[in-house]
Design a protein around this ligand. Structure first.
Ligand SMILES: [Zn+2]
Length: 393
C-alpha cells in the first residue's frame, strides 16, 4: 500500500471549509472525516518529534531547544561571547538583533560544527546569562536514529519500506514520491503567513487556498497513477490563535538579579525559570501569580501535559500565558506576531488536524496517533514505545 502524507504546518480544524480549502473539505467528506488532534505544549521541534515517534515529550526527551546546564555550556567555549556582552546594552533593538543575526549567519555555524551541535545561535538570549545554557542536540525527524525511541523512519528502514520527504512540489519530487512506498510533503507557509498577518486575514486565507491546490494536485497525481490503491493522510502539528495583547519582557531582561539569583528563558507564550536562591524563588512566584495573564504550571499539570522532566533541565517553573497574549521580545524572536501557537494544547484553536477519507467516525484524537496509524495502514508492527493508537481498524 502506498502512503501519501501531507504535513501542513499550523492547520487548525477550524480553517477547513468550502471557501478557503474546497479540496480538503471534499476530501474530508464535507467535514465528516475531520479528526481534531490534541497537540503538545511547545513548538515545532517537540511537536515534530512527538508526531514522528508517537510518544510524548517526556519520553522522546525533546522539549525546548535550549536549557540550563550547570555543568556545561557550548557558549562558554566561544571566546567571542565574552566580547559580545556590551551588545546587551545597545538601546536600539534593530541594531542589537542585526548584530546577532550576522553573528548567527557567519560566526556561530563554525562553532556549532566544531562543538558538535546541529545549531548554535545566540538567538536573543542576553549575553549576561547565555553561558548558563546548553542546546538540545537533535536530528530532523526524517533522519534515522534521530531520537532515543524509534521513529516512523526507523521502523520503515527496518522493514525495507522506502521513504521520501519533500518540502515542495516539482517534476523531480513527484517522480521520487510516486516511486516510494511512503512519501510525505511538508508545507510551512500557513504558519509563517499566519504569524505575520493573523488568522482570517486575506493573506492567511489566500495561503490556505494555495496549499489546498497543492494538496489537490498531489492527490490527483496519485489517483492517476494508482487509482484507489493508495492512502492519503493530511495532518498538521498545531493550530493558531490571533494575538491581541502584547506583554513586554524588557523588565525581566534588565533585572539586576537575573543571572545571580535566578535564570529565565522567554518564549513567545511562556517563561521558564531556574533558581539559585530559595527566597528569591518565592518572590518570583508571588510576582508571577499576580500578573493576571497566565499561570504557573503545577507539577500535576506538567505531568498531564507530559512535559515533566525530573531533572528540571527545561525549567524548574513554567509560566504559561493565556491565549491571545504574547511575550516580546522572546529569546527566539524580536517581532510581534499577529497570531501565535504554543498556548495550552487543550484549547480548540491550538488543535492540530488529521484528514483521511479512510478514517471515519473519529472526531477527537492526539498527534501521537498519526505515526501508529501510518504503520497500521502499512501492516507494520507498532513499536512498544509508541503511546498513540492507530485510528484505523
Ligand atoms: Zn509557528
Amino acid at each position: 500500500m502506498k502512503i501519501l502524507g501531507i504535513f501542513i504546518d499550523a492547520l487548525n480544524p477550524g480553517f477547513i471549509n468550502e471557501t478557503d480549502t474546497p479540496f480538503l473539505y471534499r476530501l474530508s467528506n464535507r467535514g465528516e472525516n475531520i479528526v481534531s488532534l490534541e497537540s503538545v505544549l511547545g513548538f515545532s521541534t517537540t511537536i515534530g518529534a512527538t508526531i514522528f515517534t508517537g510518544t510524548y515529550p517526556d519520553r522522546h526527551g525533546i522539549w525546548i531547544e535550549y536549557y540550563y546546564n550547570p555543568n556545561y555550556s557550548p557558549y562558554s567555549k566561544i571566546p567571542l561571547i565574552k566580547l559580545s556582552k556590551p551588545i546587551d546594552y545597545i538601546p536600539i533593538q534593530i541594531i542589537r538583533s542585526g548584530i546577532n543575526f550576522l553573528l548567527s549567519k557567519y560566526v556561530y555555524p563554525y562553532y556549532a560544527k566544531k562543538l558538535g551541535y546541529s545549531e548554535l545561535a545566540p538567538y536573543n538570549i542576553p549575553y549576561k546569562i547565555i553561558t548558563y545554557f546548553d542546546v538540545v542536540t537533535f536530528k530532523h525527524y526524517t533522519e534515522p536514529k534521530a531520537f532515543p525511541v524509534p521513529s516512523l523512519v526507523d521502523v520503515l528502514i527496518e522493514n525495507g519500506v522506502s521513504f521520501y520527504y519533500s518540502t515542495h512540489i516539482s517534476e523531480a519530487t513527484l517522480k521520487n514520491a510516486l516511486s516510494s512506498d511512503v512519501s510525505i510533503f511538508y508545507f510551512s507557509k500557513a504558519d509563517l503567513v499566519g504569524h505575520i498577518f493573523g488568522v482570517g486575514s486575506k493573506q492567511h486565507r489566500n495561503t490556505l487556498r494555495e496549499i489546498d491546490r497543492k494538496v489537490e494536485h498531489l492527490v490527483n497525481t496519485y489517483r492517476r497513477k494508482f487509482g484507489n490503491n493508495f492512502e492519503v493522510l493530511v495532518f498538521s502539528d498545531h493550530g493558531m490563535a490571533n494575538v491581541n495583547k502584547k506583554i513586554s519582557t524588557i523588565s525581566w531582561v534588565k533585572d539586576k538579579e537575573l543571572g545571580k539569583k535566578y535564570l529565565i528563558a522567554i518564549e513567545s507564550t511562556m517563561m521558564r525559570f531556574w533558581y539559585f536562591d530559595e527566597r528569591y524563588k518565592e518572590k518570583i512566584r508571588e510576582k508571577l501569580n499576580s500578573l493576571g495573564y497566565g499561570h504557573l504550571l503545577s507539577t500535576k499539570e506538567k505531568k498531564q501535559l507530559r512535559i515533566h522532566f525530573s531533572d528540571n533541565k527545561y525549567g524548574e517553573d513554567i509560566f504559561l500565558v493565556d491565549q491571545g497574549y504574547v511575550l516580546y521580545p522572546s529569546f527566539k524572536s524580536w517581532s510581534i506576531p499577529k497570531a501565535m501557537h504554543g498556548y495550552h494544547p487543550a484549547l480548540k484553536e491550538q488543535q492540530a488536524v488529521l484528514i483521511s477519507p479512510t478514517i471515519s467516525g473519529i472526531t477527537e484524537a492526539s498527534v501521537v496517533d498519526i505515526m501508529p496509524t501510518i504503520l497500521k495502514l502499512l501492516d507494520l508492527e507498532i513499536p512498544k514505545t509508541v503511546e498513540g493508537q492507530p485510528l484505523v481498524g
